[in-house]
Design a protein around this ligand. Structure first.
Ligand code: ACO
Length: 324
C-alpha cells in the first residue's frame, strides 16, 4: 500500500496596513464615545491597523503570499492553487484568490475564495489539505485577508472598536513525514445562530448599507462552549491531551476568550500566541498573522505541536492541529 499524502506547512507571511489607530485615537480623533480603559479591560485590544485606499484585500493578500513563498524558497510558478479566506472581498467577483494569482504572475493553477467569517482560515486550511490529499494539488497558498474597517458602522461603539485590517498567509506542500504537518482539521457551522453576528444589507448592492452587527454577549457565550468542543475533538482524534500542545495560535477576537481556552488546556500564557492587543480582530487573517509572527521571532519551531481554533459569523467554528 502506498504512503498516504501528508501536508506540511513550509512558509509563513503577513501584511499589516501602514496606519495604526490606538484606542485613544478612536476616542480623540474619531470622536467615538469610548476609552482605552473600556476597550482594554473587556477585549485586551490596544490598537489596530486600518487600511488606506491603496491597501486592498487582494494587495495585502498578495504581499503576505509573497512572504510565505520567499520563506519556503518556492517560486509562484510552482504553486498549484490559491485559497483566500475573506469576508471582505474587494469585489463580488473575480475572487480575491484569482487577483492574487495575477499579482504573483501565476498563469497556471486555480484559485477561489472561502467565506466562513472569522473561521475562514481554518476552513481554507481544511479545504487545501483535502485537495492535496486527493492528489489535485501539491503546493497551495492559504491566505486570510480582511479589510473589516470598511464593514464597520463607525457610529456603533460596541462593534467598531473590536476589529482591524491585515492579511496572513501560509504555504502548504505535500511530502510531510508520518506524524508531521496537518494532523487534523474539524469544521462546524450552525445557521440557526446567523442573527447574532452578521453583515446587514444585500451583498453587491451599493444602495443598501452593509455593516457588521453583533450581539456581543451571545457570541461570547457560544465561543466558549463551541471552541472547547472543537479543541476536545482535535485532541481526541489524535490521542493527545492539552499537555501535548506546545503552542495555541487562536483566532484573535478577544483576550478573555483566548485566556479561557488556555485555562481549559492548562496552557501557561507564554505558550499562547497573542496579537489581539496590537492587531485587534482581523477575522480570517488573525491566525496566519499570529503564526507568522511567532515563527519569525523563533517561538514556534520545527517539531512543535500547534493548535489553532476559531469561531465566527454563521456561526462557523473549527480547529486544526499541525506538527510544524
Ligand atoms: N466604549 C465604552 N462603552 C461601551 C463601548 C465602548 N466601545 N461599547 C459598549 N459600551 C457600553 C454599552 O453601551 C453598555 O453601556 P450601558 O450598560 O450603559 O448600556 C456597556 O458598555 C456594556 O455593554 P455590553 O455590550 O453589555 O458590554 P460587554 O461587557 O458584553 O462587552 C464585548 C462587549 C467586549 C463585545 C463582549 O460582549 C465580548 O467580548 N463579546 C465577544 C464577541 C467578540 O469578541 N466578537 C468579535 C467578533 S466574533 C469573533 O471573532 C469570535
Amino acid at each position: 500500500m502506498s504512503d498516504p499524502i501528508r501536508v506540511r506547512l513550509t512558509g509563513v507571511g503577513g501584511y499589516l496596513p501602514r496606519d495604526v489607530v490606538t484606542n485613544d485615537d478612536l476616542a480623540r480623533k474619531f470622536g467615538i464615545e469610548t476609552s482605552d480603559e473600556w476597550i482594554r479591560t473587556r477585549t485586551g485590544i490596544g490598537q489596530r491597523h486600518i487600511a488606506s485606499g491603496d491597501e486592498t484585500t487582494a494587495s495585502m493578500a498578495a504581499e503576505a503570499a509573497r512572504q510565505a513563498l520567499d520563506y519556503a524558497g518556492v517560486d509562484a510558478s510552482q504553486v498549484d492553487a490559491v485559497l483566500v479566506a475573506t469576508a471582505t472581498p474587494d469585489q463580488v467577483f473575480p475572487a480575491v484568490a484569482v487577483q492574487v494569482q495575477a499579482c504573483l504572475g501565476m498563469t497556471a493553477g486555480f484559485g477561489f475564495d472561502i467565506s466562513a467569517a472569522c473561521s475562514g482560515f481554518v476552513y481554507a486550511l481544511a479545504t487545501a489539505t483535502a485537495l492535496m490529499q486527493s492528489g489535485q494539488a501539491n503546493k497551495v497558498l492559504v491566505i486570510g485577508s480582511e479589510v473589516f474597517s470598511r464593514l464597520l458602522d463607525w457610529t456603533d461603539r460596541s462593534t467598531c472598536v473590536l476589529f482591524g485590517d491585515g492579511a496572513g498567509a501560509v504555504l502548504l506542500e505535500t511530502g510531510a513525514g508520518e506524524g508531521e504537518g496537518v494532523l487534523s482539521t474539524h469544521l462546524h457551522s450552525d445557521g440557526r445562530t446567523g442573527d447574532i453576528l452578521y453583515v446587514d444589507g444585500a451583498a453587491g448592492c451599493p444602495s443598501t448599507s452593509q455593516h457588521l452587527r453583533m450581539q456581543g454577549r451571545e457570541v461570547f457565550r457560544h465561543a466558549v462552549v463551541k471552541l472547547s468542543q472543537a479543541v476536545d475533538e482535535a485532541l481526541e482524534a489524535n490521542g493527545l491531551t492539552g499537555q501535548d500542545i506546545q503552542w495555541m495560535v487562536p483566532h484573535q477576537a478577544n483576550l478573555r476568550i483566548i485566556e479561557g481556552m488556555a485555562k481549559k488546556l492548562a496552557l501557561p500564557a507564554d505558550r499562547v500566541v497573542v496579537t489581539v492587543d496590537r492587531h485587534a480582530n482581523t477575522s480570517a487573517a488573525s491566525i496566519p498573522l499570529a503564526l507568522n509572527e511567532a515563527v519569525r521571532d523563533g517561538r514556534v519551531r520545527k517539531g512543535d505541536l500547534v493548535l489553532m481554533e476559531a469561531l465566527g459569523g454563521g456561526l462557523t467554528w473549527g480547529s486544526a492541529l499541525i506538527r510544524m
